[in-house]
Design a protein around this ligand. Structure first.
Ligand code: NAD
Length: 431
């Protein structure tokens, strides 16, 4: 029997995801009552929507999901993702991750997420276009977000959910949301020079990943950054800025990949030249000097630090044994499966979880949100100082608790976040 788009979007029962498994562990260790566990894990609201979008004179129906996971600690917060594989449960999982991320860094937001399903290959066929055509893809993502902003106007205008960029969207799409509400605090990640934009917001996630990586190298591996080597998967917003700030700290980055392949140079890659190479429309793989490197080969590199900063579920029980790095700092959301985490823990590989390592973006988003409310301007240096302070405090707390209990950084970060969300839910009589 064929499935309607709505059926295929919803799928069947929720799979046992990484955040559910980790939250259940945390709830067990905190001895929370079963009803509270269920209320912590379940989203508060999920909307499945169909957007009839007029794109280049033609009506195209796009399906999507708005997952509002938890707002006990503040407005639902999370990015708008445009991708071919968007599903209801993935969007719920990403919203739940945002609840944990905002809580572990003590940022007064909750967790939410939007997914809009767009299959670009299908779009190229439908419009008779030839791939790759970045301008055509931009028209589609801008139109999709414009119709989405019209449909969800009230949610944004009331600050019930404050969106931001994610995979497939950026500052331009956030400008479409601002155009709809005319309220600078209704959306973060706005483009430079527009009302309420924040200097440093674009770089903040990678800046934070590099800051946490430096502290981890020094305090957990006992290696100074100038003696350390690193490999990075992904050279987009997160991977690119992480590479830049790690290189500035003296780390020798020997391998970088993107979706098409990568480059390896044991002497250390020239990150700034690689940025120029990619900015001029090339892939990472074609860069010289260096040798070709595949995404599979990246995992086996003998480095101190590995930063997966591209997509989720890439380090699994199948390849966790191949990892030769001494530590992993998660730049992407959920790049390591729970099974892989257990294998890595047994092998003594340190993992700094996404909710701590890549939270610089959401910390900067709170700065953008509050500055938009007050109309006060800050500098990029002040934004970076806030990111350093928030992530630094979260890292200190996690390290201390991990040392005291023997639990992994991931386990203690999730437990800290669960405690904070549960506390707020209790105080607000939400559980
Ligand atoms: P991006 O689109 O700017 O860059 C993604 C990079 O990953 C590109 O270099 C791309 O070529 C590469 N890539 C894509 N698929 C790949 C694959 N299968 N194998 C190897 N490389 C692949 O995205 P981004 O904003 O840098 O986000 C990357 C990750 O970080 C995502 O998981 C995202 O959810 C997460 N994240 C982003 C932010 C942010 O502020 N942008 C904040 C927190 C978490």
């Amino acid at each position: 029997m064929s499935h309607t788009p709505l059926e295929s979007l919803i799928g069947s029962g929720e799979p046992l995801t990484r955040s559910i498994a980790l939250m259940e562990r945390a709830c067990r260790s905190l001895q929370l009552p079963p009803a509270a566990v269920s209320n912590l894990i379940s989203p508060q609201e999920v909307r499945v929507f169909r957007l009839p979008c007029k794109i280049l004179g033609r009506v195209v129906n796009l399906w999507g999901v708005l997952a509002l996971h938890n707002n006990a600690r503040g407005p639902f917060k999370g990015g708008v993702r445009i991708a071919a594989d968007v599903s209801l449960w993935e969007t719920v999982e990403l919203a739940r991750l945002m609840t944990l991320k905002t809580a572990v860094t003590d940022t007064e937001f909750g967790g939410g997420k939007t997914g809009i399903r767009v299959n670009m290959e299908h779009m190229y066929r439908l419009f008779g276009r030839q791939a790759p055509d970045p301008e055509f893809e931009k028209i589609i993502s801008l139109d999709a977000v414009e119709y989405y902003a019209q449909a969800m106007r009230d949610v944004f205008a009331s600050h019930t959910y404050v969106p931001a960029p994610d995979l497939g969207t950026g500052p331009d799409e956030m400008a479409s949301i601002f155009n709809e509400t005319l309220d600078p605090a209704s959306v973060t990640g706005k483009p430079e020079g527009t009302h309420g934009w924040l200097p440093g917001r674009r770089e903040a996630t990678g800046y934070g990943v590099a800051y946490i990586a430096r502290r981890m190298l020094e305090e957990m591996l006992g290696t100074s950054p100038s003696q350390a080597t690193a490999a990075i998967q992904g050279f987009g917003n997160v991977g690119g800025h992480t590479a830049t700030y790690l290189a500035q700290a003296g780390v020798r980055i020997v391998g970088i990949t993107d979706a098409h392949g990568g480059v390896y140079d044991p002497a250390g890659l020239d990150v700034s030249a690689l940025q120029d190479h990619v900015a001029s429309g090339h892939t990472v793989g074609g860069f010289s000097p260096g040798q070709p490197l595949t995404n599979e080969q990246l995992w086996g590199l003998e480095v101190d630090l590995l930063v997966p900063a591209a997509v989720g579920n890439v380090i699994t029980a199948q390849n966790a044994d191949e990892i030769r790095a001494r530590a992993i700092v998660e730049g992407a959301n959920m790049p390591t499966t729970v099974e892989a985490m257990d294998v890595l823990a047994e092998r003594g590989v340190v993992v700094v979880p996404d909710i701590l390592a890549n939270a610089g973006g959401v910390v900067a988003s709170m700065e953008e949100y509050s500055r938009s409310l007050s109309a006060m301007k800050v500098t990029r240096e002040e934004v970076f100082a806030t990111v350093t302070r928030s992530l630094g405090a979260a890292f200190d707390n996690c390290r201390e608790r991990s040392r005291a209990t023997g639990a992994s950084l991931t386990e203690v970060a999730v437990a800290m976040a669960v405690e904070r969300v549960y506390g707020a839910m209790r105080r607000r009589r939400m559980t």
